[in-house]
Structures are given as C-alpha cells and as structure tokens.
Ligand binder design. Structure first.
Ligand SMILES: C[S@@+](CC[C@H](N)C(=O)[O-])C[C@H]1O[C@@H](n2cnc3c(N)ncnc32)[C@H](O)[C@@H]1O
Length: 323
C-alpha cells in the first residue's frame, strides 16, 4: 500500500515531537516530572506565532526557552551539573540552581532557530547561566513586583511562565500590557488553584506539616498569586489585556504524576550523579533517558487525562493582547 503525503508528514511530525521530548528529558532528567511539564509548555507555546522583539520574563537559566526554540544541547549537558547548596534543600528550601561557576559552558550542538531580545529574572546567577547560551541579546535583572525597566511598547511578543510567582501580580500584568505593542502578543502560562485538589496538598491535615514540608520543599509558597480561571481573567481585564485564546497545558493526571515525582530525593540523586566518573554518569543518564522517554510518552499530550469526569486544568496558556 502506498504512503500518502499526509502520512509521511504525520510521521515526520511525530519523529520531531519524540526528538523534542527526548531533548527536554535529557536536560531535566533527574526531575522527569518537570521534563514532561516543560515539554507540554513548549507544545502549547508552539501554537502561537512569535514575532520580535521578544521578551522572556522570568527566564531563569534560559534552558526552557532554548529548548523550545529548537536549540540542541550536547547529550552530556543537563541543568544538574551546575548546582550548589544541596545540603540546604531540606533545612532552608535552598534554590540549588541559583549558582553559576566561571567555567559554566553548556555544550551546544546547534543553536535555536530564533533569538530572544530580552530575558529578565530576579536571580542574577540564573541570568549568568542564560547569558552563556548566547541566545539572549540582553539579560536584565529585575523584580516583577515593581515597574519593568522597559519603555512603553517595547515588545511585539512577551512570554512569561512565572506570573503566578509574583506577589503584586496586578501591577505586573499592567506592566506587561504597557511594554507590549498594540496588536502585540502576550503569552502567559499560569497555574490554576485547582492543582491543590490534584496534589497531596489537599490531604495536608492527615499527612501533617512535617510530611508536607518534606514533600513540597517550599514549592507551593512560591506561587503567591495562583488562583482560579475567573480570577485570572478578571486580572487580565483590569490590566487592559484582552484574551485572544486559551489552551490547557496540563490536566489533573499530569498534576498527580508531577506531585510526587522525584523532588524529595533529587538532592541525593544529583549529588550521587555529580560524584561519579563522567563516563559512568553518561552511561546511566543514557539508560535513564531511554526509559523515561518511553514512560513519559503517553503523558506528553496536554489533553491526556486518565480520569472519567471533566476537571479544570492544572495549568493554562492564555494568549492576550493589549486593549
Ligand atoms: C520555575 S522558574 C521558571 C524559569 C524559566 N522561565 C523556565 O521555564 O525554566 C521561576 C523563575 O521566576 C523567577 N522569579 C520569581 N519571582 C520573581 C520576581 N518577583 N521577579 C522576577 N523573577 C522572578 C525565579 O527566579 C525563577 O527563575
């Protein structure tokens, strides 16, 4: 039976998706639950045409956006090679990634297909890491709780997956509207508070504070402005942002898998993998990535939900434009 053009294109697009999944798993391998979530974000973001100048607000180390833009890292690169304060994770909720060495140099096989004009973040170490990707034209440390250091109408596209981390979210959204050109595009990927119902958070009274602390390690506390869909939408309206489209990024099923993940044991895993010979690390990593590429494959679909009843997504992507 002959193969149609449609079948050939479908096969090529499937191969491309699998390669992309693998690139995300490779970069975030010791936290596979983050790897698939990042991939889902990238898939949702791929639905939106991106025009420059582009701002990536809260870009962190830039690895997500680099991978989204089809940059390819060398197999040995991952975000766990350059970490610090592993011992303080349990005691101080330390951010192990908030650290950059002078010789930090991610191996790059091929650069992304586009560049980002501006990246921002609160943490200058993370911006230092982003700088080494050679992918951002400018990296600006700033706190999104106060006015953004950009003039009106600076950007054609503003992307942000960290709005729900900002305490003064109303002020931040108004700033996002101000710096985006009229007819420009704002892409916000936000968590919904329904996620609490899909995690152990809703069983805190049974499990106790100590257990919740060991499991969460401060992650929920970072989400100062997480809320329901209606509240996000009324915040957008107050900030002068009109909704052009919305798509779910992650379902209740994704949230359940992500909830447990490898978070509590990640510091020990990272320490072990960074202490062994690079050849052995590479060998284990290859087998690990092979395994998780298969295990995560069914979940690399934003609509994948194993529950029968409909429920609110755990995370949504909004596409907005200034009014
Ligand atoms: C989960 S990380 C996401 C980073 C990146 N966008 C990514 O996808 O990998 C959240 C980022 O938001 C940054 N952040 C948190 N609060 C912030 C604030 N008030 N102003 C600027 N950046 C902030 C953190 O430093 C961190 O890099």
């Amino acid at each position: 039976m002959s193969t149609t053009i449609d079948q050939t294109l479908e096969r090529a697009s499937r191969t491309e998706s699998l390669e992309k999944q693998r690139r995300f798993i490779n970069a975030y391998w010791l936290r596979p639950e983050n790897a698939f979530w990042m991939y889902l974000r990238s898939e949702a973001l791929s639905l939106v045409p991106i025009r420059g100048p582009i701002a990536d607000l809260g870009c962190g180390d830039g690895v997500f956006s680099f991978l989204h833009a089809d940059g390819v890292f060398a197999p040995e690169f991952d975000v766990f090679g350059a970490v610090a304060r592993l011992e303080e994770v349990q005691t101080n909720d330390a951010d192990i990634f908030d650290h950059v060495d002078d010789d930090y140099a991610p191996g790059i096989v091929s650069p992304p297909t586009f560049r980002i004009d501006v990246g921002t973040d609160l943490k200058s170490n993370l911006l230092g890491k982003a700088d080494r990707l050679g992918f951002y034209d400018r990296l600006t440390p700033c706190d999104h709780n106060v006015a953004l250091p950009f003039s009106d109408d600076s950007f054609e596209t503003v992307y942000c997956n960290t709005a729900y981390w900002v305490e003064n979210v109303e002020g931040f959204l108004a700033e996002v509207a101000r710096v985006t050109r009229s007819c420009g595009t704002v892409v916000l990927q936000v968590k919904l508070d329904a996620i609490a119902d899909y995690t152990m958070q809703s069983h805190g009274s049974v499990l106790g504070d100590r257990w919740m602390g060991l499991m969460n390690r401060g992650r929920i506390e970072c989400w100062s402005s997480v809320c329901d869909r209606l509240t996000w939408e009324s915040r957008f309206a107050s900030a002068g942002l009109e909704i052009v489209g919305e798509v779910p990024i992650a379902t209740r099923t994704h949230a359940h898998i992500w909830d447990i993940g490898l978070r509590p044991i990640a510091p020990m895993l990272i320490k072990a993998m960074n202490a062994i010979h690079p050849h052995l690390r590479a060998e284990i990593k290859r087998d690990w990535v092979d395994l998780f590429a298969e295990l995560l494959r069914p979940f690399c679909d934003s609509n994948m939900d194993l529950f029968d009843e409909e429920s609110e997504p755990a995370e949504l992507q909004y596409v907005l434009t200034p009014r």
